[in-house]
Design a protein around this ligand. Structure first.
Ligand SMILES: Cc1cc2nc3c(=O)[nH]c(=O)nc-3n(C[C@H](O)[C@H](O)[C@H](O)COP(=O)(O)O)c2cc1C
Length: 188
């Protein structure tokens, strides 16, 4: 199982998030690392029903029969989790939010099972004004999550890319995503 797990929260297969995720994987491979990408939009991920079955049963899995149960073992085995998504309505996309809510199931008798995983964030938005984009909301939420997980944040890459193909033309994003790939491999 791969130590680096990348969650892609964009529905656009050739969009900006997917482009940056592909560049990240390329750099990881060039640096002799290995990564697995989960394209969340391709999977059935229901919203958390707050039934607490997971906690009552110390299950580290969910009673709902959907794709999350194949992802829990991957998360537990991983060393670095990369959260990548577009900004939709001033935060990260619903695809990523559904996934993150379901991380609730990883509360076991011995505490939260994702403690001490390393994390990284990749976010793209259409607005050229960072303050208007909503990326701060997404970053605030992800920073809270990493604090809860006692995670080291290995790196954060975010920038403006609106139309398909825009990320490719954004040299700063390209440089930063390659740096992030190297940092992630070096962190292992
Ligand atoms: C439903 C929807 C909501 C959006 N909301 C925002 C927003 O709040 N702020 C922003 O800067 N861009 C917003 N955008 C623009 C996207 O963040 C931008 O197009 C981004 O490149 C999409 O990423 P992708 O190419 O990986 O799909 C929105 C786009 C969509 C489709």
């Amino acid at each position: 199982m791969s130590k680096i797990l990348i969650l892609n929260g964009s529905p656009r297969k050739t969009g900006n998030t997917s482009f940056l995720v592909n560049e990240l994987v390329k750099t990881i491979i060039e640096n002799e690392g290995e990564a697995e990408v989960i394209t969340l939009n391709n999977h059935k991920i229901n919203p958390c029903q707050a039934c607490n079955w997971c906690i009552k049963n110390n299950a580290l899995s969910c009673v709902q029969k959907d794709d999350m149960n194949t992802f829990y073992p991957k998360l537990l085995e991983s060393e670095v989790i990369v959260f990548a998504a577009p900004i939709y309505w001033f935060s990260y996309s619903a695809q990523l939010k559904l996934f993150i809510d379901r991380l609730y199931a990883l509360h076991g008798n011995e505490g939260y099972a994702l403690i001490n995983k390393k994390v990284a964030f990749v976010l793209v938005y259409g607005d050229s004004d960072i303050e208007g984009s909503g990326v701060h909301n997404a970053l605030g939420s992800l920073r809270h999550l990493s604090k809860y997980m006692k995670s080291e944040i290995v790196g954060i890459v975010h920038g403006t890319a609106y139309k398909i193909g825009d990320a490719e033309k954004n040299n700063q994003l390209l440089t930063e995503i390659k740096d992030l790939g190297q940092k992630i491999v070096n962190s292992l």
